[in-house]
Design a protein around this ligand. Sequence first.
Ligand code: NOJ
Length: 739
Amino acid sequence: MRQEQLRILLEDMTLKEKIGQLIQLSGDFFKANDISYGPREKLGISQEMVDYTGSVLNVAGAKATKEVQEHQMKVQPHHIPVMFMSDVVYGYKTIYPIPLGMGATWNPQLVKLAFEAAADEASAGGIQVAYAPMLDTVHDARWGRVLESPGEDPQLNSIYAKAMVEGFQDKLAEGKGVVSCIKHFAGYGGVEAGKEYNSVDMSISNLFQNYLPAYKEAIEAGAKMVMTSLTSLNGVPSTADQWLLNDLLRKTWGFNGIIISDYASIYELIKHGFAQDSSDAANKAINASVDIDMKSPCYANNLSKLVTDGKLDEKKIDEATWRILCLKNDLGLFEDPYRGASETREKECLLSTNKRKLARKIAATSLVLLQNKNEVLPLHKNTKIALIGPYGASHDLLGMWAVHGEAKDSVSIEEGLRQYFSNVKVEKGTDINRDRKIFEEMGFFTEKQIKDIISPEAIEKENNRKALSLAQDADVVILAMGENTLEAGEAGAKTNLSLPDNQVQLINQISKLGKQTVLLIISGRPLALHNVIDKVDAVLECWFPGTEGGNAIADVLSGNINPSGRITMSFPFTAAQEPIYYDHLSTGRPLHGSQHVGRFVSKYLDAPATPLYPFGFGLSYGHIDYEQLTLDKNELTRQGQIRAEITLNNTSDWDRYEVVQLYIRDQVATIVQPVKRLISFKKVLVKSHNSCKVDFIIKPEQLAFYDNYGCQILESGKFTLFIGSNSRDCLAQSFTLLD
Ligand code: NOJ
């Protein structure tokens, strides 16, 4: 439709029709099945407003979306199509590893392909907008939503942000892409104490340095929608934050796309104690230029009266409606309201061979080898394997936010292993968790389901016994342990990051058998593994690896693929260290390098001050040495650049990918700076018994930082440059940035 026609349409719409465009409801309002994760309640919205609704949440599938579209276009006076929006967080039907696993690939090109493939599937299922990527920087593994983020580093997250948004949107014009709605603006990852929906309070310099860059990069990459955060930031709920949304996002960053509230977050302004009632909440949100009210009655029931009472300028509603109509028009919905939705296309592209291949590749690339004592891995073809643990034969490898994915489509670890090894026997050994309270708190399970999950004592004993006897008879024991799907993801905050007691007990018993033992961890977050790593030889972090998880794990265990994943969130010794992240600010009494010794330095009395595995860490098969870090100069002018070069020496029989990481430290600055921060990396293949040189160009702008006014500044002085295989093990050199 031409712009003039769109304008005429807007002018012809009644106030109520316009307000309808600003409302988003879930499938139950349209007699459709949906897959909503969120509280369900009657909203008390009139049928008229339901008929006028502009967008639909989490209804998916060509058939369902077409039915809803057909009906809604009939009842909407101007026959305006609805938009279908959904959580396509790391795949639609073919599920890729969780974003924290994607982060561990250090391969944005591959991640982009996964997002592109997810968009292809979702658009065939009638989805036009995907609520992803989630770009919240994450520092605290207690928070369940770390699963949805690429990790703790702002620079790396920004690179992924661009790849993910482009992956979704590049093929929009061809009808195969989806609109990317980035979330949750802003700072949700900083929730206090890792507690879900808690408040966020941080300095402006921290916000700009660590939390905003990935969102900004996504906007620059063209993301057309932004979702607000459920939380408050420095005392102001993000859904009504005029500074954040109007001043920063729209004016300073020039974002003119759609802002949508998160689920019921406009209504929740009342619970925050920021709005008197739902009318006040609606007024505050629309004034902060929140265009769409997701799943709350505030806009539907109040905007009209606010306008007629003269408390709200209708212009605000026109502006929001215009943005929504424009997106519908850009998507071509006025010409083809069913855009892309096709049952034939679904048959061709959902879970296609190519998509599965990609899922397998990215899952294998995301696995992180954390320990490999005595080079127990990879395993020989004719190894006699005892596969033990709740995840051995399980298909539940998708993780909480794979809302459209189905476990039945995924490849279990057992199935994966059987393709490489002829002698695999399986025993569950123990339940996923035997703490009934945690299942009650998850909010999804009935009494009966909990009874099915937690075996009676006698059966648990028998399972243990069978596992031990199987292990006794094997060459190698593979333990497939970890968290339950619903222990991570939204509302999956926990204070205990260790494996559940029943799993630890079984690991202890098996370790006494003296067998070679490999521990596979299925989890949505870094767990605290210090109490089990000494009991096993190898540890492989598998995340929730997705549809092709079992195959990918087998690819790595068999040595068919050399693991190259590197963690993008620090793994703590204990949950009590959280939040723990590598780029923390320097302190006056550092653990190493303080003038004080013994007690009066920054540390804990009962646990190490450092993580168990640092950011960037991961092993591969074979061995590489980092040698000869050189800089081409040690003074950098404002217009100049420095070239750093390092030699990688592969002394092993393995070809391997190496993630070469470049960090800097600003030695003296007017705002205290991180002890180290990543400014670049390269993932390179180093052939066996070969060495290669890797170089980086460092420019002055990479050394700038944000002050407490949100301004980026570049200060002269001494910098240390580090290059290494992770944030802890690096070689260092110094240089000076001149005035
Ligand atoms: C609430 C979550 O916070 C958000 O990430 C999600 O997109 C919406 N629900 C819709 O399901």
